[in-house]
Design a protein. Sequence first.
Lengths: 217, 217
Amino acid sequence: MSRPAGTKGERTRARILEAASTLFARSGFNAVSLREIAAQAGMTHAGLLHHFPGKESLLLEVLSIRDREDAAWLFPGLLEPGDAAEPTAVSAAERFWSVVDLTERNSRTPGLVALYTKVVAEAAAPDHPAHAYFVRRYQVLRRELGTLLAAALREADPPVAAEPEAVAQQLLALMDGLQTQWVLEPDRVPMRRRVEEFLALYGLRPAHRATTGPVTG
Amino acid sequence: MSRPAGTKGERTRARILEAASTLFARSGFNAVSLREIAAQAGMTHAGLLHHFPGKESLLLEVLSIRDREDAAWLFPGLLEPGDAAEPTAVSAAERFWSVVDLTERNSRTPGLVALYTKVVAEAAAPDHPAHAYFVRRYQVLRRELGTLLAAALREADPPVAAEPEAVAQQLLALMDGLQTQWVLEPDRVPMRRRVEEFLALYGLRPAHRATTGPVTG
DNA sequence: GTCTATATCGCGATAGAC
DNA sequence: GTCTATCGCGATATAGAC
């Protein structure tokens, strides 16, 4: 909470991001104007646009911070090798199921889930500022999740012969698609259950896990 | 191609939709202005907005026309009972696999797929003009696809005991999620193959189908 | 009544002065 | 690094034309 270290520009950026994060989470994307965000950060909207090229990129930055926090926990050592938690403290199987837990976590922040879905959809355009980011994101997730899945499939009840990266791609698609439906109709879409049913088809079961609460609430 | 029948207002609406469809498919959503669409339809942008409440709803209408064409073929008799093709000309199993074929068809129109994904994402907001439409769309798809799946599961190699609507929900989510990834990286996402792998887990295989080309090219 | 146009608003984005 | 000024945009209200 204390003032972040760094240059004045970096502190201003952080101030803007905090204001944007609060307002987006509260009111969505379209309903919030750059002028509001700028006012909350103590500037005009043109001043804000000196730090971020546009409104869309502001949303992307807010979401990718959250994304990076998740990734740092799930795949320690992937990003900044600095101060990640002890790398091999948890088993591959445990970390795999914590990926599934993200589904549950997302259920608690429907506003941001909807925004994330929106940004992914718009990033389809090759010239979109977030395009390269999402391409890389899915590549990394497929590979890392595939590695965890390979281990889990070997340990499965009868070991299952399946291409881990293909299953990872299916799993990521299933989770994304369930989120789309869940955002529309939360009560009719038991995300976690559908994911577990899917994994059970490959012989993967949650086993006896404590309610670890693996990711920051 | 000849002038559509109906009142003047209906003809104007059709003219606007044709202009919008052309321009959206060519340049996407954001890059096209209401003023351009209106000009191509021979009016001012305010005149256009007399027929459609906003730009978003214009896109929704364009996409839902296409959606309705698909639905009319897959689930004859669901909508206007007027002149649908002979209802029981094809078996449930055949119609089920033609749903999967839609995935292939979509691969040929990446621009519209991206727009569709974008609209679904934005329709998450309960007050969005398309919200009710998509809620109903997924309800109908789950139910109808569930019915087809129930028949297919009974005929499966060893008959599979699974909740048809739950499998339908998984299948729809998988297809949506695969589209998201495919739009970003067409070469790395073999949609059709992933869907078939998934259905094989439930004992469902395409069997010996001719290359029917079930939906209008 | 049905349709279209003019006028005005706040918006996101850009250019240039300080 | 922040501002003022300006642009075209989507949207709304309201008045006018058929």
